[in-house]
Design a protein around this ligand. Structure first.
Ligand code: ATP
Length: 242
C-alpha cells in the first residue's frame, strides 16, 4: 500500500459555488483515510467519483486522459480541476502506476501504436482487439505490481466472466505484488472483492459503507430474486406517470 490519505486543502478553495467544490461530496470532504490496498468509490452518477479520481491521477503526475507518467499525448479529456486543491499522503511514495479512463481509452490505444509500444501491451495493437479484450490486455501486460492503479469504471467493457478475471488479477496484484487500487465502479461483481473497502459518495458526503449496503448490491439482488415483480412495479408506475 502506498497512498494513505487524501486531504482537501480547504483554506485554498476559492468558492464552494463553483465546480468542483460545488459537488456536495467534494464540498464536505475533509480527509479520506485509506486503510486497505483495494478501495472502491461508489455513488450515483454525478456524485463526484471521477472528479476525485482524476485529481489523484493529476497529483500522481499520470496523464489525466489515461496512462502513466510517461504517456504524453493530447486529448479533449478534461483538466483535473481538483488536482491543485488536494494533498496526498504517501507511505512510501510510489511513482509507478496507471490511470484508466474508459471514455478515452481509444485515444490511449492510438498513442500506444504511435510510439511503437505495443510490446508492452501484449504485442498486438489495442485497436485490433475488442474493447473488453483490450482492457484485459492492459491489465495482464501492463499491471506488474509495485504500483498504484487508478481505474474509472474498468468494468465498462467487460463481460461478467471477464469482470471475474479482472477481479482475480487485481486481488493477486494487491495480495502478492504490492499494488494499490482505487477504483470508481458501478459493478456489483467487482465491489464484492474480498478485503476491499468501499466509500460511498451519496447523500452529500464521502463515507465508508458495507458491500451489502450499497445500492449496487441491493438493487441487483432484489432484481435477480424478484425480477417479474420488480419490472411490473417499475413499468406500471411509469405507465401511470405518462
Ligand atoms: N468540467 C466540468 N465542469 C462543470 N461541471 C462538471 C465538469 N465535470 C463534471 N462536472 C459535474 O460534476 C459532477 C460530478 O461529476 P463526476 O464525473 O465526478 O461524477 P461521477 O460520480 O464520476 O459520475 P458517473 O458515475 O456518472 O461517472 C456532475 O454533476 C458533473 O456534471
Amino acid at each position: 500500500m502506498f497512498l494513505k490519505k487524501i486531504t482537501l486543502l480547504k483554506e485554498q478553495v476559492p468558492s464552494y459555488h463553483q465546480y468542483p467544490f460545488s459537488i456536495p461530496s467534494i464540498k464536505s470532504l475533509d480527509e479520506l483515510e485509506i486503510n486497505v490496498p483495494i478501495t472502491f468509490l461508489v455513488g450515483e452518477n454525478g456524485s463526484g467519483k471521477s472528479t476525485l479520481l482524476e485529481a489523484v491521477a493529476d497529483k500522481c503526475e499520470f496523464n489525466t486522459a489515461g496512462g502513466g507518467r510517461n504517456n504524453y499525448y493530447d486529448t479533449d479529456a478534461s483538466d483535473a480541476a481538483l488536482g491543485d486543491f488536494i494533498r496526498l499522503s504517501w507511505m512510501p511514495k510510489v511513482t509507478n502506476g496507471f490511470f484508466l479512463r474508459a471514455e478515452s481509452f481509444h485515444q490511449f490505444a492510438s498513442h500506444v501504436d504511435e510510439v511503437g509500444a505495443r510490446a508492452a501491451y501484449g504485442g498486438q495493437s489495442l485497436h485490433a482487439q475488442s474493447h473488453g479484450e483490450s482492457f484485459l490486455s492492459l491489465f495482464v501486460n501492463r499491471f506488474k505490481g509495485n504500483a498504484i492503479y487508478l481505474l474509472d469504471e474498468p468494468e465498462a467493457a467487460l463481460s461478467p466472466q471477464r469482470q471475474l478475471s479482472f477481479l482475480k488479477i487485481m486481488y493477486e496484484l494487491a495480495a502478492e505484488k504490492n499494488s494499490q487500487f482505487i477504483i470508481a465502479s458501478h459493478s456489483p461483481i467487482l465491489l464484492g472483492c474480498p478485503g476491499a473497502e468501499i466509500f460511498s459518495f451519496d447523500h452529500g458526503k464521502i463515507q465508508k459503507t458495507a458491500y451489502e449496503d450499497t445500492d449496487h448490491y441491493q438493487i441487483t439482488k432484489y432484481f435477480l430474486q424478484h425480477r417479474e415483480k420488480f419490472l411490473h412495479d417499475i413499468l406500471s408506475s411509469e405507465e401511470e406517470n405518462t
